[in-house]
Design a protein around this ligand. Sequence first.
Ligand code: GCV
Length: 619
Amino acid sequence: MQKKSLLCTISLLLFNLTVMAEDGSKLWMRHKPYNTAKVTIHSKSATAEIAKKELEQYYDGKSVALNIDKSLPTNGSYVISGTQNDKKISAGSDIGLLYGAYALLRNDMTQGVNQPAFGLRILNHWDNLDSSIERGYAGPSIFWNKEMRLDTARIHEYARANASIGINGTVLNNVNASPKMLSRPYLLKVKQIADILRPYGIRVYLSVNFASPMRLGGLRTADPLNTGVRQWWKKKAKEIYREVPDFGGFLVKANSEGQPGPGDYGRSHSDGANMLADAVAPFGGTIIWRSFVYGANHKGEDRVKQAVSEFESCDGKFRKNVILQSKNGPLDFQPREPYAPIFDRMQKTPQIAELQITQEYLGQSNHLVYLAPMWKEFFSFVNPKKLIGIAGVANIGDDANWCGHHFAQANWYAFGRLAWNPDLSSRNIAEEWLEQTFVRDEAILSMMLRSREACVDYMMPLGLHHIFKFDHHYGPEPDGFKADYPLEWCPVYYHQADSAGVGFDRSTKGTGATAQYPTPYCTIYDSMTTCPERYLLWFHHVPWTYRTLSGRTLWDEMQYRYNRGVKEVEDFASIWQESKKLIDPQRWQEVNEKLSIQLKDAKEWRDTCLDYFSKFATK
Ligand code: GCV
């Protein structure tokens, strides 16, 4: 009997611990169930039903009326009015009602019509069909695995989280695309996923391999001007739209990093994109063509200039349903880059900015780096009104907490919120996220807001860039050079350190990359004295004894900043210690472990780089 009651107590304890365990799997969707609201709605769609269910379960009030108002736009806009106990959400479409419902649940009481800044708000998953994820640090793919098994409950949760922040599109596979993606068994999976995402207002897109007609279709060429190839794509598009009538379209990485493309046949990017555009146009589809190209055609040209060199001549030649997608900076998702000048140079082509949510070069899922300030910096140069969409390379995997680091969830969240409204401040988004996930606390908030600048300090002060270890891009390798690698992958090519100084001369006396920028940036960036210090070594080879704005020499300033970065992370670690009482044990412990790694890494960056550069600086 005694044994039995001991067993009962133990099971009860275990049960309580499991219930209390916080693994981060709920993301920011941690609303308490109230079940008090009576929700009235006159639309019968699946989307409206979801809105109703969410509010009935989680809204803390007596009644909500969901109304379609034909005078409002159908792009997801909504208006929330009324009192806490008697709310009204009006929208021009059912998806607007759902967005309004989620806004109400996060207590977003913005006055007037709340509407998205960008029509396309898309996640790009770099997920491979074998379940691995290129630059993914949060476990295997939630979409693909060898067994073709799909966890539909998880896909529902994914859809729900995305809809709650207004994401309306998702590319399900890696831009380094397998031709198998377009084969029948995979298309049936795509249909299954699309059916789950549809009521949440999310359209699916696929990355395609340009050589698919050969590698999947058995044709002898993938030349975009070949009739057989054109027919093949048309037939394939028809097959896809039969399964997924609202299919978004194709994302294409062509003639980049070894991927096939129209250039293999002497054809231009516009020839390639237009051929695909013609295939999807009858169904309302879009081709999103990436400008991330460098290498083969540009022997010796500065890598940051190559996108403009290669694409400018195509401006005005693309079909109406082609969009150009470019990374925010001209190189490759470094912790800080000047904006990519292609956004100014393509005047006639609709453009999407590609941001990277997964932290390939920012400590991956080990470092706490809140990315909203970085993206806001980009928007301060590129007017959001010039863009028709925003794409974010996802940081989502099958880990219980989805993103590998609890705070990396904030980057997924911030991406969605900024894609809806780039005018929101980094602070407001972080506050909103903390309130829904952890706790609204000034110290934790300040840690988030300072984290990107800290990362820049310990990884790339003053614009020093691409000092990362080969291949995996984690950790420093300032002496990195491999004779059999393209020069554009080697850290020594980027820092150019010698006894005279350090940094890459991209002024008109150097590679001339500054000339790709419009006025006033071309002039400002071109001179060492007017170039903002945050980009100094990006654009200039600067003498070690050069006086920086602080009065310190360049070498002293570099040491100061590396040390400042490390000190910041030390401070984050102590803020987290102080926060222990505010946070549940599991998530506190997991973040604490990550912060120790981050501190060790920050010190490694500082020590390795200072040791290496000191050999030149102190000569
Ligand atoms: C998907 C960088 C990354 C690659 C990525 C590529 C791209 O080079 O390291 O993993 O490939 O960018 O954006 O296409």
